[in-house]
Ligand binder design. Structure first.
Ligand code: FES
Ligand code: FES
Length: 174
């Protein structure tokens, strides 16, 4: 096979996608096997969404896809074609303040410890509070069980979600 036919074959494998990420539209030709998390990080430069395990266990890569939290290492970039994606980097822009109430609560309650688990914890917490604005401690722990903190700092994370729930229930917008 000549080099030019190899190139032609490679080009054929690329798929055009259009995605709205953090309020901005993006269009790229991507390989069908490219994971959404790698598209966000490597193509769009969204380094705020980390890869913790790449095996759908840790939740570090959690983003919102059409309003629902997903582990972006379990989604192909081509599956996000036409979708709205929200990452931790666009979250504050969804409210009229410097930080989203959940980000603010994580800061206040020392729920954030490292940069690996925190973005995913916050994105999953936002989704949890959207589904259940006033969760019990058990419901928070259950809702976040797909997100791992390797230093087992869950207590402050639970307090942060409770604090965010109270703040959002008292008129702070989601
Ligand atoms: S990197 Fe996606 S779940 Fe761990
Ligand atoms: S604080 Fe991130 S893994 Fe524990």
């Amino acid at each position: 096979m000549s080099p030019s036919s190899c190139t032609a074959r490679l080009e054929k494998t690329l798929v055009a996608i259009n995605v709205n990420v953090d309020g901005r539209s993006a269009s790229h030709d991507v390989e069908p096997r490219l994971l959404l998390v790698h598209y966000l990080r490597d193509v769009l430069g969204k380094g705020g969404t980390p890869v913790g395990c790449d095996t759908s266990n840790c939740g570090a890569c959690t983003v919102s896809l059409n309003g629902q939290s997903v582990k972006s290492c379990t989604v192909l970039a081509v599956q996000a074609d036409g979708a709205d994606v929200l990452t931790i980097e666009g979250l504050a822009d969804t409210v009229d303040s410097d930080l989203h109430p959940v980000q603010e609560a994580f800061r206040e309650c020392h729920g954030l410890q490292c940069g690996y688990c925190t973005p995913g914890m916050i994105m999953a917490s936002v989704d949890l509070l959207k589904e259940n604005p006033n969760p019990s401690e058990a419901e928070i722990r259950e809702g976040l069980e797909g997100n791992l903190c390797r230093c087992t700092g869950y207590h402050n994370i639970v307090r942060a979600v409770q604090t965010a729930a109270a703040a959002m229930g008292s008129g702070v917008t989601a």
